[in-house]
Design a protein around this ligand. Structure first.
Ligand code: CP
Ligand code: NVA
Length: 309
């Protein structure tokens, strides 16, 4: 049995198998062919943080695969009143066929997975957002930007950045990260990504200059400056990130046909300008829709590998 906790746990070819499945199922979905790959299966979806895309894509996704999704907000289940994660895992995983969790510390997700009898999917932790990056790669493929791209991430060294590091390191492409001083990526995660990059040939660089990062690149991306759980730091962060907005002046340094990706929700006037966001809205909302298809690819792949050692 395999869990989907970070991209680091998979080989490039395994990740590409999930993407291929996502593309195949997307084409079927577009033809309104809902193949019941996961007939009568139940997906438990535990949320300790808010969500629009992750909830809707997993719940709709499992339904279209012939199963059913259970939305379990931590404010409604006993987890929110202090029932231990390991007990929650042992109970829920005896009743459902797969679990998706969105939580705070990555170690809580790992603890759940350790005690779970069924595959567990990371729906975002403080450290990683791997299901989003599978979506982003699918979107890059569809827009012709997955063949040796140069990508630039401008902004906070957060869960999205960490998953970008892992995607680049596994797929073997170039990624330039520009963060303000003091908001760099987690050192241990960087070290891990650079070790994978050595194997794949990925070129990953870090700096504090958005223009340097974006120069001549094919894909530009960013994320909120204030992630869930960091609301108290909002004022300090908004100051620290001044000069890091992705706007048309910054985009002018990328290739003319560069695409802009955003996992959403987007905070216009902060990490991205209204103009840049709207100019790239077609790609951004295709990316959002692709959550549905990528999630299905991941769930079906995990289901197919349920009996692996
Ligand atoms: N991108 C993303 O994960 O969105 P939600 O927080 O709405 O799920
Ligand atoms: N970095 C953001 C991503 C939201 C999808 C957060 O963790 O809130």
């Amino acid at each position: 049995m395999r869990h989907f906790l970070t991209l680091a746990d998979f080989t490039k070819s395994e990740l590409l198998e999930m993407i291929d499945l996502a593309r195949k199922i997307k084409a079927q979905t577009k033809r309104k062919e809902f193949v019941p790959y996961m007939e009568q299966q139940t997906l438990g979806m535990i949320f300790e943080k808010s969500s629009t895309r992750t909830r809707v894509s997993f719940e709709t996704g499992i339904y279209q695969l012939g199963g059913v999704g259970l939305f379990l907000s931590s404010s409604d289940i006993q987890l929110g009143r202090g029932e231990p994660m390991k007990d929650t895992a042992r109970v829920i995983s005896r009743m459902v066929d797969m679990v998706m969790i969105r939580t705070f510390e990555h170690s809580k997700l790992e603890e759940f997975a350790h005690y779970s009898k069924v595959p567990v999917i990371n729906g975002l932790t403080d450290d990683y957002h791997p299901v989003q990056l599978m979506t982003d790669y699918l979107t890059m493929l569809e827009f012709g930007k997955a063949d040796n791209p140069v990508c630039a991430y401008v902004g906070d060294g957060n869960n999205m950045t960490h998953s970008w590091l892992m995607l680049a390191a596994k797929m073997g492409f170039e990624l330039r990260v520009a963060t303000p001083k003091g908001y760099e990526c987690n050192e241990a995660i960087v070290k891990k990504a650079l070790a994978f990059a050595k194997e794949s040939g990925a070129k990953i660089t870090f700096g504090n200059d958005p223009v340097e990062a974006v120069k001549g690149c094919d894909v530009v991306t960013t994320d909120t400056w204030v992630s869930m759980g960091q609301e108290d730091e909002k004022e300090i962060r908004l100051k620290a990130f001044e000069g890091y907005m992705v706007d048309e002046a910054l985009m002018s340094h990328a290739k003319d046909d560069a695409i802009f990706l955003h996992c959403l929700p987007a905070y216009r006037g902060y990490e991205v300008s209204e103009e840049t966001f709207e100019k790239h809205a077609d790609v951004i909302f295709t990316e959002a829709e692709n959550r549905l298809h990528a999630q299905k690819g991941i769930m079906v792949w995990l289901d197919n590998h349920r009996n692996d050692d």
